[in-house]
Design a protein around this ligand. Structure first.
Ligand SMILES: C[S@@+](CC[C@H](N)C(=O)[O-])C[C@H]1O[C@@H](n2cnc3c(N)ncnc32)[C@H](O)[C@@H]1O
Length: 237
């Protein structure tokens, strides 16, 4: 991965998700021991979407976060945007799939006007983009003043007594599970996931990038032995 240019890395990520789309949801449930839906519910809680509000689920993938928004706020307008059409095609056939406004979009160049959404949320996007400040700034642009950004992503395992066990799960558990569930097409993806997690920002570093991008009231909460984090903040009014 380190040898790829930004554009090549972007294409690599896009193709990778197209390839694993069919087995993606099952892998999530297995890898996280069924915890991932709890974090998605927390993301939507932090979005504080008003009735009839508008939400953009950026990097929606198969739509799990978008579906959670529709489940808790059925009157909301929910747009799911992603650059992997394969992932969104899977989501279209799931329950609530008919109620999401699925859109092909790049998180670095959003096809929406300024001040469009009450909330912009994302799950496992920021670790994958080639320019984090750029996506944070694009998300701020399309948020209404006072609108909320919420980000769910993995975090590098902190230095503590659990680190060797977490590294074992990342280095061996997840790639082996990926191969068993997704076959050889999934090997790259579930090797990339642990590598990109270890190379990603710590929760404190990501919070600082959000502040630098101009968000206010930035805060975060970590889950699963600090290996998962949800960050939130607001666009100034
Ligand atoms: C791990 S999946 C997460 C899907 C979903 N948010 C979830 O929580 O399950 C990451 C998604 O991010 C998308 N993605 C990565 N970089 C992107 C970018 N620059 N623009 C749009 N989507 C992107 C991928 O196509 C993929 O569907």
């Amino acid at each position: 991965m380190a040898h790829l240019t930004g554009k090549e890395r972007s294409e690599y990520v896009q193709n990778m998700f197209d390839k694993i789309a069919r087995r993606y949801n099952l892998m999530n449930r297995l890898m996280t021991f069924g915890q991932d839906m709890k974090w998605r519910r927390f993301v939507i809680k932090q979005a504080q979407l008003p009735p009839h509000g508008s939400l953009l689920d950026l990097a929606t993938g198969t739509g799990d976060i978008a579906f959670e928004a529709l489940r808790t706020t059925p009157t909301a307008t929910v747009i799911g945007a992603d650059f992997s059409l394969g992932m969104m095609r899977v989501g279209q056939h799931l329950s609530y799939g008919g109620e999401v406004g699925w859109t092909g979009a790049d998180a670095l160049n959003l096809p929406y006007s300024d001040n469009s959404f009450d909330a912009v949320v994302s799950g496992y996007l920021v670790r994958n983009v080639i320019d984090i400040p750029r996506t944070l700034s694009e998300q701020k642009r399309v948020l209404k003043p006072g609108g909320r950004i919420v980000i769910l992503d993995t975090s590098p395992p902190p230095d503590n007594i659990l680190k060797p066990f977490i590294l074992m799960h990342l280095k061996y558990g997840i790639p082996i599970l990926g191969r068993l569930v997704g076959g050889k097409d999934a090997v790259d993806a579930y090797t990339y996931l642990p590598e990109s997690t270890q190379a990603f920002k710590t929760p404190a570093e990501l919070a600082e990038l959000m502040r630098q991008a101009g968000y206010q009231n930035v805060a975060y909460r970590t889950f699963m032995f600090n290996t998962m984090a949800v960050h939130w903040g607001e666009k100034p009014t």
